[in-house]
Design a protein around this ligand. Sequence first.
Ligand code: HEC
Length: 496
Amino acid sequence: MLNWIEKRTGFVSMTKDFLTEDVPGGASYWYVFGSATLFCMIVQITTGIFLTFFYAPSAATAWESTRAIYLNPYTHFLLSVHYWGSSAMIALVFLHLLQVLIFGAYKSPRELQWVVGVLLLLVTLVLGLTGYLLPWDMDAYFASQVSLNITGLAPGLGPVIQHIAQGGGGMGTATINRFFGLHVWLMPAVLVLLVGAHLAIFRHNGSAGPVVDDPRKLKVGRFWPDQMFMDGAFSFIIFVIICFLAFAFPPYLDAKADPTKFFVPYPAWYFLSLFGLLALVPPEIHMGPMAIGTELIATIVVPTLFLVVVLLLPWLDRSRTRSFAARSGILWTTTLVVCVIVALSIYAQVTTMAKQAAAPASPPESVVLGAAEASTVSSAAAPAAATATNANGAKVFASNCASCHGAQGQGAPGAFPPLANNPVVTGDPNKVIGIVTSGLHGQISVAGMSYNGQMPAWKGQLSTKDIADVVTYIRAGLGSNHASAVTEAQVAGYKP
Ligand code: HEC
Protein backbone atom coordinates (compact mmCIF):
# COMPACT_ATOMS: atom_id res chain seq x y z
CA MET A 1 0.00 0.00 0.00
CA LEU A 2 2.70 2.48 1.06
CA ASN A 3 4.74 1.22 -1.86
CA TRP A 4 1.87 1.86 -4.22
CA ILE A 5 1.55 5.45 -3.02
CA GLU A 6 5.33 5.95 -2.98
CA LYS A 7 5.67 4.79 -6.61
CA ARG A 8 3.10 7.28 -7.80
CA THR A 9 3.76 10.27 -5.56
CA GLY A 10 7.08 10.00 -3.76
CA PHE A 11 5.28 11.13 -0.61
CA VAL A 12 6.68 8.38 1.58
CA SER A 13 10.35 9.16 0.87
CA MET A 14 9.55 12.87 1.18
CA THR A 15 8.13 12.27 4.65
CA LYS A 16 11.16 10.13 5.55
CA ASP A 17 13.51 12.88 4.37
CA PHE A 18 11.57 15.36 6.38
CA LEU A 19 11.71 13.29 9.56
CA THR A 20 15.37 12.27 9.39
CA GLU A 21 16.61 15.74 10.20
CA ASP A 22 19.75 15.71 12.36
CA VAL A 23 19.56 17.33 15.75
CA PRO A 24 23.08 18.28 16.90
CA GLY A 25 23.59 17.43 20.55
CA GLY A 26 20.45 15.31 20.62
CA ALA A 27 16.82 16.14 21.12
CA SER A 28 15.97 18.68 23.81
CA TYR A 29 12.97 20.32 25.41
CA TRP A 30 14.69 23.62 24.65
CA TYR A 31 13.68 23.27 21.00
CA VAL A 32 9.94 22.76 21.45
CA PHE A 33 8.80 26.39 21.30
CA GLY A 34 9.00 26.74 17.54
CA SER A 35 6.95 23.66 16.79
CA ALA A 36 4.44 24.50 19.54
CA THR A 37 3.96 27.90 17.90
CA LEU A 38 3.32 26.13 14.60
CA PHE A 39 0.82 23.89 16.38
CA CYS A 40 -1.00 26.94 17.80
CA MET A 41 -1.11 28.43 14.32
CA ILE A 42 -2.89 25.30 13.08
CA VAL A 43 -5.35 25.51 16.00
CA GLN A 44 -5.99 29.17 15.17
CA ILE A 45 -6.52 28.56 11.48
CA THR A 46 -8.88 25.65 12.15
CA THR A 47 -10.99 27.40 14.79
CA GLY A 48 -10.86 30.61 12.76
CA ILE A 49 -12.26 28.95 9.65
CA PHE A 50 -15.18 27.54 11.62
CA LEU A 51 -15.83 30.88 13.29
CA THR A 52 -16.36 32.46 9.86
CA PHE A 53 -19.36 30.12 9.53
CA PHE A 54 -21.08 32.10 12.28
CA TYR A 55 -19.65 35.59 12.08
CA ALA A 56 -21.13 38.33 9.88
CA PRO A 57 -18.79 41.30 9.32
CA SER A 58 -20.76 44.55 9.30
CA ALA A 59 -21.61 47.18 11.87
CA ALA A 60 -25.21 45.93 11.97
CA THR A 61 -24.33 42.25 12.41
CA ALA A 62 -20.80 41.89 13.87
CA TRP A 63 -21.83 42.25 17.51
CA GLU A 64 -25.14 40.46 16.97
CA SER A 65 -23.49 37.44 15.35
CA THR A 66 -20.80 37.39 18.05
CA ARG A 67 -23.54 37.43 20.66
CA ALA A 68 -25.22 34.48 18.95
CA ILE A 69 -21.84 32.71 19.04
CA TYR A 70 -21.70 33.37 22.81
CA LEU A 71 -25.21 32.08 23.34
CA ASN A 72 -24.55 28.67 21.81
CA PRO A 73 -22.32 26.56 24.08
CA TYR A 74 -20.47 24.89 21.18
CA THR A 75 -19.66 28.02 19.21
CA HIS A 76 -18.86 29.77 22.49
CA PHE A 77 -16.24 27.12 23.22
CA LEU A 78 -14.92 27.40 19.67
CA LEU A 79 -14.52 31.15 20.06
CA SER A 80 -13.00 30.67 23.47
CA VAL A 81 -10.36 28.26 22.11
CA HIS A 82 -9.59 30.77 19.34
CA TYR A 83 -9.25 33.51 21.96
CA TRP A 84 -6.90 31.58 24.25
CA GLY A 85 -5.11 30.08 21.25
CA SER A 86 -4.10 33.55 20.14
CA SER A 87 -2.65 34.33 23.56
CA ALA A 88 -0.81 31.02 23.59
CA MET A 89 0.55 31.59 20.11
CA ILE A 90 1.87 35.05 20.93
CA ALA A 91 3.34 33.87 24.23
CA LEU A 92 5.10 31.00 22.43
CA VAL A 93 6.45 33.28 19.69
CA PHE A 94 7.93 35.45 22.43
CA LEU A 95 9.42 32.43 24.24
CA HIS A 96 10.81 31.05 20.98
CA LEU A 97 12.39 34.39 20.17
CA LEU A 98 13.81 34.70 23.66
CA GLN A 99 15.30 31.23 23.47
CA VAL A 100 16.96 31.97 20.11
CA LEU A 101 18.25 35.19 21.59
CA ILE A 102 19.71 33.51 24.68
CA PHE A 103 21.36 30.73 22.67
CA GLY A 104 22.70 33.16 20.09
CA ALA A 105 21.09 31.06 17.38
CA TYR A 106 20.46 34.17 15.24
CA LYS A 107 24.14 34.37 14.35
CA SER A 108 25.57 33.71 10.89
CA PRO A 109 24.43 31.85 8.80
CA ARG A 110 20.94 32.17 10.37
CA GLU A 111 20.49 35.96 10.05
CA LEU A 112 17.62 35.71 7.58
CA GLN A 113 15.87 33.09 9.64
CA TRP A 114 15.93 35.55 12.52
CA VAL A 115 14.59 38.37 10.33
CA VAL A 116 11.75 36.18 9.05
CA GLY A 117 11.06 35.16 12.66
CA VAL A 118 10.75 38.77 13.80
CA LEU A 119 8.42 39.45 10.83
CA LEU A 120 6.37 36.44 11.98
CA LEU A 121 6.08 38.02 15.43
CA LEU A 122 4.82 41.23 13.79
CA VAL A 123 2.26 39.40 11.65
CA THR A 124 1.04 37.52 14.72
CA LEU A 125 0.61 40.81 16.57
CA VAL A 126 -1.30 42.31 13.63
CA LEU A 127 -3.54 39.23 13.69
CA GLY A 128 -4.18 39.85 17.38
CA LEU A 129 -4.88 43.53 16.75
CA THR A 130 -7.27 42.97 13.84
CA GLY A 131 -9.06 40.12 15.61
CA TYR A 132 -9.65 42.31 18.65
CA LEU A 133 -11.99 44.61 16.69
CA LEU A 134 -14.22 41.93 15.20
CA PRO A 135 -16.70 41.38 18.11
CA TRP A 136 -17.55 45.08 17.72
CA ASP A 137 -18.32 45.57 21.40
CA MET A 138 -17.39 48.64 23.41
CA ASP A 139 -13.91 47.38 24.23
CA ALA A 140 -13.20 46.28 20.66
CA TYR A 141 -14.30 49.66 19.35
CA PHE A 142 -12.41 51.88 21.75
CA ALA A 143 -9.22 49.82 21.91
CA SER A 144 -9.07 49.71 18.10
CA GLN A 145 -9.72 53.42 17.98
CA VAL A 146 -6.57 53.91 20.06
CA SER A 147 -4.47 51.80 17.70
CA LEU A 148 -5.94 53.45 14.60
CA ASN A 149 -5.25 56.90 16.02
CA ILE A 150 -1.70 55.88 16.84
CA THR A 151 -1.26 54.74 13.23
CA GLY A 152 -2.50 58.15 12.14
CA LEU A 153 0.18 59.82 14.25
CA ALA A 154 3.00 58.35 12.18
CA PRO A 155 4.64 60.99 10.05
CA GLY A 156 4.19 60.73 6.30
CA LEU A 157 2.00 57.76 5.43
CA GLY A 158 0.36 57.47 8.89
CA PRO A 159 -2.88 59.36 8.15
CA VAL A 160 -3.20 57.63 4.77
CA ILE A 161 -2.81 54.18 6.33
CA GLN A 162 -5.31 55.09 9.04
CA HIS A 163 -7.78 56.22 6.39
CA ILE A 164 -7.37 53.02 4.39
CA ALA A 165 -7.59 50.73 7.45
CA GLN A 166 -10.60 52.61 8.73
CA GLY A 167 -12.25 52.68 5.31
CA GLY A 168 -13.00 56.37 5.67
CA GLY A 169 -12.98 59.15 8.23
CA GLY A 170 -14.66 57.19 11.03
CA MET A 171 -15.06 53.63 12.24
CA GLY A 172 -17.95 51.58 10.85
CA THR A 173 -18.82 48.70 8.56
CA ALA A 174 -15.91 49.54 6.24
CA THR A 175 -13.51 49.28 9.19
CA ILE A 176 -14.91 45.88 10.17
CA ASN A 177 -14.58 44.70 6.56
CA ARG A 178 -10.96 45.90 6.32
CA PHE A 179 -9.99 44.27 9.62
CA PHE A 180 -11.89 41.11 8.69
CA GLY A 181 -10.09 40.90 5.33
CA LEU A 182 -6.75 41.43 7.03
CA HIS A 183 -7.56 38.98 9.80
CA VAL A 184 -8.91 36.07 7.79
CA TRP A 185 -7.13 36.42 4.44
CA LEU A 186 -4.15 38.68 4.06
CA MET A 187 -2.38 38.13 7.37
CA PRO A 188 -2.92 34.34 7.52
CA ALA A 189 -1.64 34.08 3.93
CA VAL A 190 1.45 36.12 4.79
CA LEU A 191 1.86 34.10 7.97
CA VAL A 192 1.77 30.75 6.14
CA LEU A 193 4.23 31.99 3.47
CA LEU A 194 6.62 33.32 6.10
CA VAL A 195 6.37 30.13 8.15
CA GLY A 196 7.21 28.21 4.97
CA ALA A 197 10.25 30.39 4.40
CA HIS A 198 11.23 30.13 8.07
CA LEU A 199 11.12 26.32 7.95
CA ALA A 200 12.86 26.12 4.58
CA ILE A 201 15.73 28.25 5.85
CA PHE A 202 15.80 26.16 9.00
CA ARG A 203 16.17 22.96 7.00
CA HIS A 204 18.85 24.57 4.86
CA ASN A 205 21.04 25.54 7.83
CA GLY A 206 20.07 22.78 10.18
CA SER A 207 19.43 23.23 13.86
CA ALA A 208 21.89 25.45 15.72
CA GLY A 209 22.29 23.03 18.60
CA PRO A 210 23.58 23.73 22.08
CA VAL A 211 26.23 26.27 22.93
CA VAL A 212 29.61 24.49 22.89
CA ASP A 213 33.17 25.33 21.91
CA ASP A 214 33.41 22.83 19.13
CA PRO A 215 30.11 21.78 17.53
CA ARG A 216 31.86 19.03 15.56
CA LYS A 217 32.36 17.00 18.74
CA LEU A 218 28.60 16.82 19.42
CA LYS A 219 26.83 13.55 19.08
CA VAL A 220 24.04 13.89 16.57
CA GLY A 221 20.46 13.07 17.55
CA ARG A 222 17.51 12.41 15.32
CA PHE A 223 14.44 14.50 14.79
CA TRP A 224 12.37 11.34 14.53
CA PRO A 225 11.37 9.98 16.97
CA ASP A 226 13.08 11.75 19.90
CA GLN A 227 12.58 15.41 19.04
CA MET A 228 9.24 14.69 17.42
CA PHE A 229 8.04 13.12 20.65
CA MET A 230 9.12 16.10 22.76
CA ASP A 231 7.54 18.55 20.30
CA GLY A 232 4.35 16.52 20.26
CA ALA A 233 4.20 16.13 24.02
CA PHE A 234 4.73 19.85 24.60
CA SER A 235 2.16 20.84 21.95
CA PHE A 236 -0.31 18.46 23.55
CA ILE A 237 0.21 20.05 26.96
CA ILE A 238 -0.28 23.48 25.39
CA PHE A 239 -3.51 22.24 23.79
CA VAL A 240 -4.81 20.93 27.11
CA ILE A 241 -3.99 24.27 28.77
CA ILE A 242 -5.76 26.20 25.98
CA CYS A 243 -8.86 24.00 26.29
CA PHE A 244 -8.87 24.31 30.07
CA LEU A 245 -8.60 28.11 29.94
CA ALA A 246 -11.22 28.25 27.16
CA PHE A 247 -13.57 26.23 29.32
CA ALA A 248 -12.89 27.91 32.66
CA PHE A 249 -12.29 31.51 31.53
CA PRO A 250 -14.15 32.26 28.31
CA PRO A 251 -13.72 35.76 26.89
CA TYR A 252 -16.12 38.50 27.80
CA LEU A 253 -18.55 40.32 25.51
CA ASP A 254 -19.27 43.97 26.27
CA ALA A 255 -22.28 45.95 25.13
CA LYS A 256 -22.41 46.74 21.43
CA ALA A 257 -20.03 49.47 20.25
CA ASP A 258 -21.56 52.88 20.85
CA PRO A 259 -19.26 55.79 19.93
CA THR A 260 -21.41 58.25 21.90
CA LYS A 261 -20.66 56.53 25.23
CA PHE A 262 -17.58 56.94 27.36
CA PHE A 263 -15.50 53.81 27.73
CA VAL A 264 -12.02 53.00 29.01
CA PRO A 265 -10.60 50.32 26.71
CA TYR A 266 -8.31 47.61 28.00
CA PRO A 267 -5.85 46.24 25.47
CA ALA A 268 -4.88 42.62 24.93
CA TRP A 269 -2.06 41.71 27.35
CA TYR A 270 0.55 41.67 24.59
CA PHE A 271 -0.10 45.33 23.85
CA LEU A 272 -0.14 46.38 27.50
CA SER A 273 3.50 47.49 27.43
CA LEU A 274 2.77 49.86 24.52
CA PHE A 275 -0.24 51.22 26.39
CA GLY A 276 2.03 51.65 29.41
CA LEU A 277 4.51 53.63 27.36
CA LEU A 278 1.66 55.83 26.12
CA ALA A 279 0.30 56.25 29.66
CA LEU A 280 3.75 57.43 30.78
CA VAL A 281 3.52 60.43 28.49
CA PRO A 282 2.03 63.13 30.71
CA PRO A 283 -1.22 64.20 29.08
CA GLU A 284 -1.19 67.56 30.91
CA ILE A 285 1.52 69.09 28.78
CA HIS A 286 -0.71 69.10 25.73
CA MET A 287 0.39 72.48 24.50
CA GLY A 288 0.98 72.93 20.83
CA PRO A 289 3.43 70.80 18.89
CA MET A 290 5.30 69.78 22.07
CA ALA A 291 2.55 67.39 23.20
CA ILE A 292 2.25 65.74 19.81
CA GLY A 293 6.02 65.34 19.94
CA THR A 294 5.97 63.32 23.16
CA GLU A 295 3.06 61.12 22.05
CA LEU A 296 4.80 60.47 18.78
CA ILE A 297 7.93 59.41 20.63
CA ALA A 298 6.07 57.02 22.90
CA THR A 299 3.87 55.42 20.28
CA ILE A 300 5.90 55.48 17.07
CA VAL A 301 9.54 56.44 17.54
CA VAL A 302 10.46 54.18 20.47
CA PRO A 303 8.68 51.03 19.19
CA THR A 304 10.05 51.53 15.66
CA LEU A 305 13.61 52.01 16.85
CA PHE A 306 13.25 48.97 19.09
CA LEU A 307 12.02 46.92 16.17
CA VAL A 308 14.86 48.04 13.92
CA VAL A 309 17.42 47.10 16.57
CA VAL A 310 15.80 43.67 17.02
CA LEU A 311 15.70 43.09 13.24
CA LEU A 312 19.33 44.10 12.81
CA LEU A 313 20.53 42.16 15.84
CA PRO A 314 22.51 39.53 13.85
CA TRP A 315 24.51 42.36 12.28
CA LEU A 316 24.87 44.37 15.47
CA ASP A 317 26.19 41.37 17.42
CA ARG A 318 28.74 40.08 14.95
CA SER A 319 31.05 38.04 17.18
CA ARG A 320 31.33 34.45 16.01
CA THR A 321 31.13 32.93 19.48
CA ARG A 322 27.85 31.81 20.99
CA SER A 323 29.27 31.22 24.46
CA PHE A 324 27.27 32.73 27.30
CA ALA A 325 30.31 34.24 29.03
CA ALA A 326 31.43 36.13 25.93
CA ARG A 327 27.91 37.41 25.31
CA SER A 328 27.09 38.72 28.78
CA GLY A 329 26.39 42.19 27.32
CA ILE A 330 23.60 40.88 25.10
CA LEU A 331 22.23 38.63 27.82
CA TRP A 332 22.06 41.45 30.37
CA THR A 333 20.47 43.80 27.85
CA THR A 334 17.87 41.14 27.05
CA THR A 335 17.09 40.70 30.75
CA LEU A 336 16.78 44.44 31.20
CA VAL A 337 14.49 44.84 28.17
CA VAL A 338 12.24 42.00 29.37
CA CYS A 339 12.04 43.66 32.81
CA VAL A 340 11.14 47.03 31.26
CA ILE A 341 8.41 45.42 29.12
CA VAL A 342 6.96 43.64 32.16
CA ALA A 343 7.13 46.83 34.25
CA LEU A 344 5.40 48.87 31.52
CA SER A 345 2.70 46.21 31.24
CA ILE A 346 2.07 46.28 34.99
CA TYR A 347 1.98 50.06 34.90
CA ALA A 348 -0.56 50.00 32.05
CA GLN A 349 -2.66 47.44 33.91
CA VAL A 350 -2.72 49.55 37.07
CA THR A 351 -3.53 52.83 35.29
CA THR A 352 -6.23 51.22 33.13
CA MET A 353 -7.84 49.67 36.18
CA ALA A 354 -7.80 53.02 37.98
CA LYS A 355 -9.39 54.73 34.98
CA GLN A 356 -12.02 52.02 34.72
CA ALA A 357 -12.87 52.33 38.38
CA ALA A 358 -13.46 56.06 37.85
CA ALA A 359 -15.59 55.54 34.71
CA PRO A 360 -19.30 54.70 34.75
CA ALA A 361 -19.75 50.98 35.26
CA SER A 362 -20.42 48.74 32.25
CA PRO A 363 -23.36 46.37 32.46
CA PRO A 364 -22.55 42.80 33.52
CA GLU A 365 -22.32 40.24 30.75
CA SER A 366 -25.60 38.52 31.67
CA VAL A 367 -27.37 41.78 30.86
CA VAL A 368 -25.41 42.21 27.64
CA LEU A 369 -26.22 38.73 26.45
CA GLY A 370 -29.81 38.89 27.67
CA ALA A 371 -30.83 42.19 26.18
CA ALA A 372 -31.63 42.62 22.53
CA GLU A 373 -30.48 46.14 21.90
CA ALA A 374 -27.28 47.84 22.88
CA SER A 375 -29.13 51.06 23.61
CA THR A 376 -31.27 49.44 26.26
CA VAL A 377 -28.22 47.67 27.62
CA SER A 378 -25.93 50.58 28.26
CA SER A 379 -28.55 52.77 29.90
CA ALA A 380 -29.33 50.97 33.13
CA ALA A 381 -33.02 51.55 32.43
CA ALA A 382 -35.87 49.28 33.46
CA PRO A 383 -36.25 47.25 30.23
CA ALA A 384 -32.63 46.15 30.44
CA ALA A 385 -33.22 44.97 33.99
CA ALA A 386 -36.38 43.12 32.97
CA THR A 387 -34.63 41.27 30.14
CA ALA A 388 -31.59 40.55 32.25
CA THR A 389 -33.58 38.01 34.19
CA ASN A 390 -34.65 36.39 30.95
CA ALA A 391 -31.33 35.33 29.47
CA ASN A 392 -32.92 32.01 28.54
CA GLY A 393 -35.58 33.75 26.46
CA ALA A 394 -32.88 35.69 24.61
CA LYS A 395 -31.00 32.48 24.04
CA VAL A 396 -34.00 30.59 22.70
CA PHE A 397 -34.77 33.53 20.45
CA ALA A 398 -31.21 33.81 19.13
CA SER A 399 -31.01 30.13 18.27
CA ASN A 400 -34.57 29.52 16.97
CA CYS A 401 -36.23 32.74 15.85
CA ALA A 402 -33.50 35.22 14.90
CA SER A 403 -32.70 33.40 11.65
CA CYS A 404 -36.06 34.53 10.26
CA HIS A 405 -37.17 37.42 12.43
CA GLY A 406 -33.73 39.08 12.73
CA ALA A 407 -31.37 39.38 15.72
CA GLN A 408 -33.29 42.40 17.01
CA GLY A 409 -36.69 41.09 15.89
CA GLN A 410 -36.61 43.63 13.08
CA GLY A 411 -37.95 41.12 10.53
CA ALA A 412 -37.33 41.18 6.80
CA PRO A 413 -39.76 43.35 4.84
CA GLY A 414 -42.17 41.25 2.80
CA ALA A 415 -40.74 37.91 3.98
CA PHE A 416 -40.71 37.73 7.79
CA PRO A 417 -42.79 40.07 9.94
CA PRO A 418 -40.99 42.21 12.53
CA LEU A 419 -41.66 41.22 16.15
CA ALA A 420 -40.24 44.46 17.56
CA ASN A 421 -42.85 47.23 17.84
CA ASN A 422 -45.53 44.82 16.59
CA PRO A 423 -48.91 45.29 18.33
CA VAL A 424 -49.84 41.62 17.86
CA VAL A 425 -46.74 40.56 19.79
CA THR A 426 -47.40 42.98 22.65
CA GLY A 427 -51.18 42.38 22.54
CA ASP A 428 -53.21 39.44 23.88
CA PRO A 429 -50.65 37.05 25.42
CA ASN A 430 -52.84 34.04 24.70
CA LYS A 431 -52.82 34.81 21.00
CA VAL A 432 -49.02 35.07 20.91
CA ILE A 433 -48.70 31.77 22.77
CA GLY A 434 -51.04 30.28 20.18
CA ILE A 435 -48.97 31.54 17.24
CA VAL A 436 -45.69 30.29 18.72
CA THR A 437 -46.99 26.87 19.77
CA SER A 438 -49.14 26.10 16.71
CA GLY A 439 -47.45 28.18 14.01
CA LEU A 440 -49.10 30.59 11.61
CA HIS A 441 -49.79 30.83 7.90
CA GLY A 442 -52.01 32.88 5.66
CA GLN A 443 -52.04 36.57 4.87
CA ILE A 444 -51.21 38.95 7.73
CA SER A 445 -50.31 42.62 7.73
CA VAL A 446 -47.74 44.25 10.01
CA ALA A 447 -46.91 47.95 9.90
CA GLY A 448 -48.60 48.38 6.53
CA MET A 449 -46.62 45.54 4.94
CA SER A 450 -48.30 42.26 4.09
CA TYR A 451 -46.82 38.82 4.77
CA ASN A 452 -47.91 35.43 3.62
CA GLY A 453 -45.44 32.87 4.84
CA GLN A 454 -45.13 29.87 7.09
CA MET A 455 -44.32 30.35 10.74
CA PRO A 456 -43.30 26.94 12.11
CA ALA A 457 -45.12 25.42 15.10
CA TRP A 458 -42.83 25.18 18.14
CA LYS A 459 -44.88 22.86 20.32
CA GLY A 460 -42.81 19.71 20.75
CA GLN A 461 -39.72 21.47 19.38
CA LEU A 462 -39.26 23.65 22.45
CA SER A 463 -40.07 22.89 26.08
CA THR A 464 -42.97 24.68 27.77
CA LYS A 465 -40.46 26.71 29.73
CA ASP A 466 -38.55 27.73 26.60
CA ILE A 467 -41.76 28.81 24.91
CA ALA A 468 -42.82 30.84 27.97
CA ASP A 469 -39.39 32.48 28.13
CA VAL A 470 -39.16 33.28 24.43
CA VAL A 471 -42.69 34.71 24.33
CA THR A 472 -41.84 36.82 27.39
CA TYR A 473 -38.67 37.87 25.61
CA ILE A 474 -40.31 38.94 22.35
CA ARG A 475 -42.98 40.81 24.31
CA ALA A 476 -40.54 42.78 26.45
CA GLY A 477 -37.03 42.49 25.01
CA LEU A 478 -37.34 43.63 21.40
CA GLY A 479 -37.46 47.22 20.16
CA SER A 480 -39.70 49.20 22.46
CA ASN A 481 -41.93 46.24 23.33
CA HIS A 482 -43.04 46.47 26.97
CA ALA A 483 -45.76 43.88 27.40
CA SER A 484 -46.36 41.56 30.34
CA ALA A 485 -44.48 38.32 30.90
CA VAL A 486 -45.97 34.93 30.14
CA THR A 487 -45.75 32.05 32.61
CA GLU A 488 -45.10 28.37 32.00
CA ALA A 489 -48.59 27.60 33.38
CA GLN A 490 -50.17 29.87 30.75
CA VAL A 491 -48.30 28.03 28.00
CA ALA A 492 -49.11 24.60 29.42
CA GLY A 493 -52.78 25.52 29.79
CA TYR A 494 -53.09 27.00 26.30
CA LYS A 495 -56.13 25.75 24.35
CA PRO A 496 -56.66 26.80 20.74
C1 HEC B 1 -38.60 29.73 9.29
C2 HEC B 1 -38.77 31.13 9.61
C3 HEC B 1 -39.36 31.47 10.99
C4 HEC B 1 -38.88 31.13 12.21
C5 HEC B 1 -37.64 30.29 12.51
C6 HEC B 1 -39.73 31.75 13.18
N1 HEC B 1 -40.72 32.44 12.55
FE1 HEC B 1 -42.18 33.51 13.44
N2 HEC B 1 -43.00 33.91 11.63
C7 HEC B 1 -42.49 33.52 10.42
C8 HEC B 1 -43.38 33.93 9.37
C9 HEC B 1 -43.16 33.71 7.88
C10 HEC B 1 -44.44 34.59 9.98
C11 HEC B 1 -45.65 35.21 9.28
C12 HEC B 1 -46.65 34.11 9.00
C13 HEC B 1 -47.77 34.58 8.09
O1 HEC B 1 -47.48 35.29 7.14
O2 HEC B 1 -48.94 34.22 8.38
C14 HEC B 1 -44.16 34.58 11.41
C15 HEC B 1 -44.97 35.15 12.37
C16 HEC B 1 -44.69 35.20 13.71
C17 HEC B 1 -45.49 35.86 14.68
C18 HEC B 1 -46.78 36.61 14.42
C19 HEC B 1 -46.50 38.02 14.01
C20 HEC B 1 -47.79 38.75 13.70
O3 HEC B 1 -47.68 39.96 13.49
O4 HEC B 1 -48.86 38.13 13.63
C21 HEC B 1 -44.88 35.68 15.90
C22 HEC B 1 -45.36 36.19 17.25
C23 HEC B 1 -43.70 34.90 15.68
N3 HEC B 1 -43.60 34.62 14.33
C24 HEC B 1 -42.82 34.51 16.67
C25 HEC B 1 -41.77 33.65 16.45
C26 HEC B 1 -40.95 33.10 17.50
C27 HEC B 1 -41.09 33.41 18.97
C28 HEC B 1 -40.05 32.28 16.91
C29 HEC B 1 -39.00 31.42 17.58
C30 HEC B 1 -39.44 30.50 18.58
C31 HEC B 1 -40.28 32.34 15.49
N4 HEC B 1 -41.32 33.17 15.25
C32 HEC B 1 -39.53 31.64 14.54
C33 HEC B 1 -41.32 32.82 10.22
C34 HEC B 1 -40.52 32.28 11.21
